[in-house]
Design a binder for this molecule. Structure first.
Ligand code: SF4
Ligand code: SF4
Length: 369
């Protein structure tokens, strides 16, 4: 017996695939499946999160619809994956957020925070809000650094805690001991696999689209998005170190490290999300779960708006628009932080953890354990 109907369906498909094994060279899911004879819910959630949704096993399958076996591994694992996000969410009361229209929630949160910052600045001094500010400390004339740090530090801390609790639930569900996550060889292999998106290559030809011509663009735009996000995070971290260790206040000159990292990251967050949005519309409808469209598009849109508002602030920070642009950028960043544990972002976390387990299992097999 399985906890949900989709997990029962995933069990049926994995049993068929385990007899067939035609797709074993396509990705990590099939070799991981072959290490098992039966599938508990935790095993199926592990396989679902190991799947990168390239679609190759659907195109290659001789049992896909209209065959009576009705084998559709990408879509089934995609629905199971979404179910696992909701099951691991913390607090559980917010697990329904995955199914709601995330874009409306995220935009409402963004504009509310932007309105709060504008109201805060206007309450103190309207001239400050609409005036020109330049040089070190310009941002903090609109909102004191300590208030900004407290607001965003709290949002980020909350996101970290919620994500950590979710990851712990996933790790427990798949029955892996905590020490595996700290095993250097498995961790390094997973970092390499995730860094290259190794299993989003459709077995070498790329992702499958509605026109049945596989291509690597989805992987490329995913790279832009991931590395863009990572560079923006690095820019914020370096700026924090500058502030507290070197007593240097933002904004910094264009050639300084936080600005260079933030600019490159911002460009990545423009190109990547736009490309992913376009690629999403080109995907074969048979492969995708329409119920997840809201969650996915909300995350893509929030990343894009964060990158766009950050670059706009960089370009026009010497003008009277600095106040409104800063408020909008802070609003998008804040909404991105608080929605991280309840949206598409979690796929990166659980997929990475699944890759660590897969690397560990491969190593154990190679060692003959
Ligand atoms: S997806 Fe189809 S072809 Fe691939 S292993 Fe499963 S049953 Fe075989
Ligand atoms: S969709 Fe791609 S990653 Fe997922 S199981 Fe099929 S071949 Fe593997």
């Amino acid at each position: 017996m399985h906890g949900t109907r989709i997990l029962a369906e995933a069990d049926r498909l994995m049993t068929v695939c385990n007899s067939c094994r035609y797709c074993e060279g396509l990705c990590a899911v099939f070799p991981a499946m072959e290490m098992r004879r039966s599938f508990e819910d935790g095993d199926l959630n592990y396989l679902a999160n190991l799947c990168h949704a390239c679609g190759a096993c659907y195109t290659d399958c001789q049992f896909s619809p209209p065959h009576e076996y009705n084998v559709n591994v990408p879509k089934t694992l995609s629905i199971a994956r979404a179910g696992s996000y909701a099951a691991y969410a913390w607090p559980r009361a917010l697990s329904g957020a995955f199914a709601r229209n995330g874009l409306v929630i995220a935009l409402t949160a963004s504009l509310s925070v932007a309105a709060f910052v504008i109201g805060f600045a206007a309450f103190n001094d309207t001239a400050m809000l609409l005036g020109r500010h330049s040089g070190p400390g310009a941002f903090y004339r609109l909102m004191p650094h300590n208030a900004m740090a407290a607001l965003f530090g709290a949002a980020l801390l909350y996101a970290f805690i919620a994500l950590a609790v979710g990851l712990r639930a996933f790790w427990r569900d798949i029955g892996e001991p905590a020490r595996t996550l700290a095993e250097p060889a498995s961790l390094w292999q997973a970092i390499r696999d995730a860094g290259q998106l190794r299993y989003l290559d459709g077995g070498g030809v790329g992702c499958v689209n509605a026109d049945e011509r596989p291509g690597d663009r989805r992987r490329l735009f995913h790279h832009f998005t991931f590395y863009g996000f990572a560079l923006c995070f690095a820019a914020t971290s370096v700026a924090t170190l500058y502030h507290y260790l070197l007593a240097r206040e933002a904004p910094y000159p264009w050639w300084d490290l936080p600005v260079l990292l933030g600019t490159l990251g911002g460009v990545g967050l423009l190109i990547g999300p736009v490309g992913l949005w376009v690629e999403k519309s080109r995907r074969d409808k048979a492969l995708v779960d329409a119920d997840q469209a809201g969650m996915e598009r909300a995350f893509i849109a929030m990343l894009f708006l964060t990158g766009l508002s950050g670059l706009a602030l960089l370009l026009w920070r010497e003008t009277a628009a600095i106040g409104v642009l800063l408020a909008l950028h802070l609003g998008f960043v804040f909404a991105l932080f608080i929605t991280l544990p309840y949206g598409k972002f979690v796929h990166g976390l659980y997929r990475f953890a699944a890759l660590v387990r897969y690397a560990h299992e491969r190593k154990m097999m190679a060692d003959g354990a």
